[in-house]
Design a protein around this ligand. Structure first.
Ligand code: SF4
Ligand code: SF4
Length: 315
């Protein structure tokens, strides 16, 4: 009988409406940027994701990207499909780039559609691409229209107020991004692998064969516009959501299976001709990123080649 990997319990899901974004933040876990493919989640895929999440017992989602406001009508469709599936919509993430593009009308239409809360990004990483007056203006507009919101992360506002609110800023102005990343509580995936490599000491990684069973854990995971399941924390890996819910065949996804059963040791064995960096790596997950990037050229379906290229691109 075919061996199946344990399926995750679907708790909280983030729906990735798109990977394209107006910004290319250096901490972005999904390596989003203006250069990513411009696709947006279709109504059909949103409906299928809603069905699968509902079947798996997921009670609440948030919507993010990329920048979900890049296709406002698409966002309204996605919201209606979440409601149609009977799943709660907790909030919609945005970097507020659209504050000068009929923002009041958009907020009113969002409220009509049942989008009641925004998670508005404000921190030094975003300030490199979006003037920090934008999220603050969006906050004011939310107050006026009755849209609920929270600023993520508002504790950085006092440091930003020393800078011109109408401009974007360089890192020479923003500070030490290694220290800011620590304060932020960054997860070292996506484009943040570069920050970890800049600031964390490198060394030899213990190549143990402990399974990375967190790949199918109950933690908050994501479902993307292509109907993929993205494991919590391990971005750059993907499985069809339907298979993640109904059972993953152990032999169908060699990279995933290697990590799931034998962890980093299993992945290194799979990578064969991979040549490690002479100075080592700052963490096991950083080595995992580079092994998967190496393997992404070999056509494994669970590896998204575009993600690895975008993660290493600074703008
Ligand atoms: S963190 Fe948000 S705003 Fe920044 S690049 Fe990623 S998706 Fe875009
Ligand atoms: S080693 Fe890889 S699979 Fe395991 S937790 Fe880290 S990123 Fe995820």
């Amino acid at each position: 009988m075919e061996r199946k990997l344990k399926t995750p319990k679907l708790t909280h899901c983030g729906i990735i409406a798109n990977y394209q974004c107006t910004a290319a933040c250096r901490h972005c876990l999904y390596a989003c940027s203006p250069a990513r493919s411009p696709g947006y989640i279709s109504r059909k895929t949103a409906r299928e994701i809603g069905r699968l999440l509902r079947a798996g017992g997921c009670e609440a989602v948030h919507i993010g990207g990329g920048e979900p406001f890049l296709d406002f009508d698409g966002l309204l469709s996605l919201i209606s499909e979440v409601h149609r599936a009977g799943i709660g919509l907790e909030y919609i993430e945005t970097n507020a780039y659209w504050i000068e593009e009929e923002a009041q009308t958009k907020l009113e239409r969002l409220l009509e559609a049942g989008g009641t809360t925004l998670c508005i990004s404000i921190d030094p990483f975003h300030a490199e691409y979006v003037p920090y007056s934008y999220p603050l203006r969006l906050q004011d507009l939310c107050e006026q229209t009755g849209m609920k919101y929270f600023l993520w992360q508002s504790r950085f506002i006092p440091a930003l107020t020393n800078l011109d609110p109408l401009k974007t800023h360089t890192w020479a102005e923003l500070g030490n991004r290694g220290e800011i990343a620590q304060r932020y509580g960054i997860h070292w995936g996506g484009r943040a692998v570069n920050i970890e490599e800049e600031y964390a000491p490198r060394g030899n990684i213990i190549l143990d064969a402990s399974p990375c069973s967190g790949l199918l854990s109950t933690g908050p995971f994501h479902a993307d516009l292509l109907g993929n399941f993205i494991p919590p924390g391990c971005t750059g890996l993907r499985l069809p959501l339907a298979e993640a819910v109904e059972g993953v065949s152990a032999g169908k996804y060699p990279v995933f299976g290697a990590l799931y059963f034998r962890g980093i040791r299993g992945l290194l064995d799979l990578a064969g001709d991979f040549v490690p960096a002479p100075g080592g790596y700052p963490s096991k997950c950083n080595l995992c990123f580079h092994l998967r990037r190496h393997l992404a050229d070999q056509g494994f379906p669970e590896l998204d080649k575009e993600y690895y290229e975008a993660a290493l691109a600074y703008w």
